[in-house]
Design a protein around this ligand. Structure first.
Ligand code: COI
Length: 359
C-alpha cells in the first residue's frame, strides 16, 4: 500500500480553466493549471511539488536536447458518475516507467513519490477531469537529463514532470476502424535496442514513415520486425491483436515491442471471458492468409490513448485486406465497453486496477 505524502502546492494566481474547453478537447492540446515537478541532483531525488503549469527555461547545452536521454509514460484519470476521480492501473505504469528508466540509465522514481505527486496534482486540478463519456484527463509523466554538457555520457541531473491534458479520442476515427499500412523499408526497433522502453527516440523514428503513410490515406504504420520484415510488432501508438479462428493472438514481447498496459489488461480480460489468448509470432502473411480463408474475424489495437481501436484495413506490398467489412467488430466493442466501464466506475473493479482518489 502506497503512503501518500504531504506535498507542497504552489497554486497559480490565474487559472485558465473554462468549462467550455472541455466541450471538445481534442488530444494533447490543452493543459491543466498545474504540474508536478521533482529534480534529481547529488545522487537523490528531491521531494515532488506542485507548481503552476509554465514554460521551463533550459540551457541550449542540455544533454537531452542532443542525445535524447529521456523517458515518458501515459496514463489516464476518469470522472465517475458520482464525481470521483479514478486512475487506471498506476502501479503498472510506474513499473513500466522503472524499466524504461533502467534502459536509459535514469535514476528510478519511488512509487510513493510518483503516486503522491500524481494524486496531489489531480486534487489540485480536479476541475480539469472531464465528465463526458469518451473523455479523460491524460497524464504524462516524463523524465529528462538536465546536465549542461556536450560529451556523450549519463547525466548527473534530471527533471521529472507530470503534466495533464483533458482529451477525447486519440484518432479522428474514434472507435471507428483505422487503416494501417506496413512501412516498406523502414523499421521501428531492433531487439536489444530501445523498442520496449517508452522513450522519445522510438517516436522520432516513426515520424517519417507515419507522414508517408498519412499522405497515402492511412491512419498509422503497422511495424514489422526489423530483421526479416515478416512478423507484426506493433503500431507505435498501440499494440496489436488479431482474432483468428478461435484464437485471440497478439505479438509476443521479445524486446522490440512496447509492453502496453492496455495490452496486458486485454489479455487478462479475454482469458477470463474464456477466449484462447496467445502471445506468439504473427507473420503478416498469416494475417493475409487468414483473411483469404475467411477466419480473420477482427483486428484491433490497444493503447492508453487509443483504448481499443478496431482496424478495418491492412495494406502490405501493394495488397490490402479488409477486416470485418471495415466495421467495428463485436469483440472490439465488448472490450472497449468493458474496459471503459471499469475506468469510469460503472463496472466492478474485479482486478483491483482502479485507484480512486479520495477527498
Ligand atoms: C499512449 O497511449 O499513452 C501513448 O503513449 C501513445 C502516444 C500518445 C504517444
Amino acid at each position: 500500500m502506497a503512503e501518500i505524502k504531504d506535498i507542497e502546492v504552489i497554486k497559480t494566481t490565474k487559472s485558465r480553466f473554462d468549462p467550455a474547453l472541455l466541450e471538445n478537447p481534442g488530444f494533447g492540446v490543452l493543459f491543466s493549471d498545474h504540474m508536478c515537478s521533482m529534480d534529481f541532483s547529488g545522487g537523490r531525488w528531491a521531494a515532488p511539488k506542485i507548481v503552476p503549469f509554465a514554460k521551463i527555461e533550459v540551457s541550449p547545452a542540455l544533454t537531452v536536447l542532443h542525445y535524447g536521454q529521456a523517458i515518458f509514460e501515459g496514463l489516464k484519470a476518469f470522472r465517475t458518475k458520482d464525481g470521483r476521480v479514478n486512475i487506471f492501473r498506476p502501479e503498472k505504469y510506474h513499473e513500466r516507467m522503472l524499466r524504461s528508466c533502467a534502459r536509459l540509465c535514469i535514476p528510478p522514481v519511488d512509487y510513493n513519490d510518483f503516486i503522491s505527486g500524481l494524486e496531489t496534482l489531480l486534487k489540485t486540478d480536479s476541475v480539469w477531469v472531464p465528465s463526458k463519456r469518451g473523455q479523460a484527463l491524460y497524464i504524462r509523466p516524463f523524465i529528462f537529463a538536465t546536465d549542461e554538457y556536450l560529451g556523450v555520457k549519463v547525466s548527473d541531473t534530471y527533471k521529472f514532470l507530470i503534466i495533464t491534458s483533458p482529451v477525447g479520442a486519440y484518432y479522428k476515427e474514434g472507435i471507428n476502424p483505422v487503416r494501417l499500412t506496413t512501412p516498406g523499408e523502414y523499421v521501428r526497433a531492433v531487439k536489444g535496442g530501445l523498442g520496449s522502453a517508452k522513450t522519445p527516440a522510438n517516436y522520432a523514428a516513426s515520424l517519417l514513415p507515419a507522414e508517408e503513410a498519412k499522405k497515402k490515406g492511412f491512419t498509422q504504420v503497422l511495424w514489422l520486425d526489423a530483421i526479416e520484415k515478416k512478423y507484426v510488432e506493433e503500431v507505435g501508438t498501440m499494440n496489436m491483436f488479431f482474432h483468428i479462428g478461435d484464437e485471440l493472438a497478439t505479438p509476443s514481447l521479445e524486446g522490440s515491442v512496447l509492453p502496453g498496459v492496455t495490452r496486458d489488461s486485454v489479455i487478462h480480460i479475454a482469458k477470463d471471458w474464456g477466449l484462447k489468448v496467445v502471445e506468439r509470432k504473427i507473420s503478416i502473411d498469416e494475417v493475409f492468409a487468414a483473411s483469404n480463408k475467411g477466419i480473420l474475424k477482427e483486428a484491433f489495437g490497444t493503447g492508453t490513448a487509443a483504448v481499443i481501436s478496431p482496424v478495418g484495413e491492412i495494406c502490405h506490398d501493394n495488397a490490402c485486406v479488409t477486416i470485418n467489412n471495415g466495421q467495428t467488430g463485436p469483440l472490439s466493442r465488448k472490450l472497449y465497453d468493458y474496459i471503459t466501464g471499469m475506468q469510469y466506475g460503472d463496472e466492478p473493479d474485479r482486478y483491483g486496477w482502479v485507484h480512486t482518489i479520495n477527498g
